[in-house]
Design a protein around this ligand. Structure first.
Ligand SMILES: [Zn+2]
Length: 321
């Protein structure tokens, strides 16, 4: 019997947990601390180590009982060597995060990015459990994702597969940081939705959604849309149908490319599914070359813990091999 230490290092917060062999979080404890982003390479690393030690203490598990550490880290990263290639937010450039954590805790460490781990968790334990091929996309601040083919995470030739958010849906569209135009995440992400709502406030559009925040552009969110849609507000309903079209175009592209058995949608957007789901399905039906039955499109139930569960699957399977 042993345990796994899990560290999920995000842009704003870091989550630490201890998982049992059965895949259960010890003491149901998910320790969440700020990531100390912008404080530099060493501060972020020490903060991560401290979170790991604190969760061990909180759960009463000795480091000697830990078989290995699973880490979710921002990319680009080298999954094999455990080196973070370049994350300016953390001050990490060619930073050997995996080896450094191994030195610190004296146990094996495996790491991967959020998107791959999300896909892995959904395929191993989540709503796509048992499906041979799975595409997972989280829609929140941006659109990230991962691909599982034949039961294994598909990382691509250089390790950069799964950039779902940067599939262009309009070559003449909004310019993206990646250098392309019209990337899906510039339309479908929560950030994109907020940008459109701010634009609409500027245009003088009236809606219950905006009344809720007194037309204060600082406070736009998916939540106000959901609330207004619930009350039958025309603007909110048509806004969310449009969101369904964007998602539908993206999903149709992924189905045309990979024909996954199951597509899992996660992230904050899933709370609004009631209002975009039908339009999303209609768009997929129109744009996908082969028919896609609705039961192949599922919504994550692991939600904000999906990456933590993925990191658990990663280290557990690595140690078993
Ligand atoms: Zn892009």
């Amino acid at each position: 019997m042993g345990y796994y230490l899990i560290l999920d290092i995000g842009g704003t917060k870091t989550t630490a947990a201890v998982f049992s062999e059965k895949g259960e979080p010890e003491g149901d404890c998910f320790l969440v601390v700020p990531s100390k982003t912008y404080e530099g390479c060493d501060a972020v690393f020490q903060n991560t180590v401290a979170a790991g030690r604190e969760v061990l203490q909180k759960t009463g598990i000795d480091i000697k009982e830990i078989k290995g550490i699973g880490v979710a880290a921002p990319g680009p990263l080298d999954h094999e060597s455990g080196v973070i290639i370049n994350v300016p937010l953390m001050g990490w450039k060619d930073f050997p995060l995996g080896p450094e954590l191994e030195k610190e805790f004296a146990v094996p460490v495996r790491l991967d990015n959020d998107g791959n781990l999300g896909a892995l968790a959904e395929q191993r334990l989540g709503v796509a459990k048992g499906a041979r091929s799975v595409v997972y996309m989280t829609v929140s601040t941006g659109c990230g994702g991962g691909i599982v083919l034949n039961g294994e995470v598909y990382r691509g030739f250089t390790g950069s597969a799964g950039e779902l958010g940067h599939m262009s849906i309009d070559m003449n569209g909004i310019p993206c940081n990646c250098g392309s135009n019209g990337c899906l995440e510039l339309y479908a992400s929560g950030t994109a939705m907020n940008t459109r709502m701010r634009r609409d406030i500027d245009k003088g559009i009236r809606s219950l959604a905006f009344e809720d925040i007194s037309y204060d552009k600082e406070h736009v969110s998916g939540k106000i849309l959901g609330k207004a849609a619930e009350e039958g507000d025309g603007y909110a309903l048509s806004f969310l149908r449009e969101e369904g079209r964007y998602l539908g175009i993206g999903l149709a592209n992924y189905f045309n490319l990979l024909d996954p058995e199951v597509f899992v949608l996660g992230g904050g957007i899933t709370h609004l599914r009631k209002w975009f789901y039908d339009e999303m399905l209609r768009t997929i039906e129109r744009c996908a070359v082969s028919p896609v039955s609705p039961d192949r499109i599922r919504f994550s139930e692991l939600n904000d813990k999906v990456v933590v569960y993925g990191a658990y699957c990663l280290i557990k399977e690595f140690l078993k091999d």
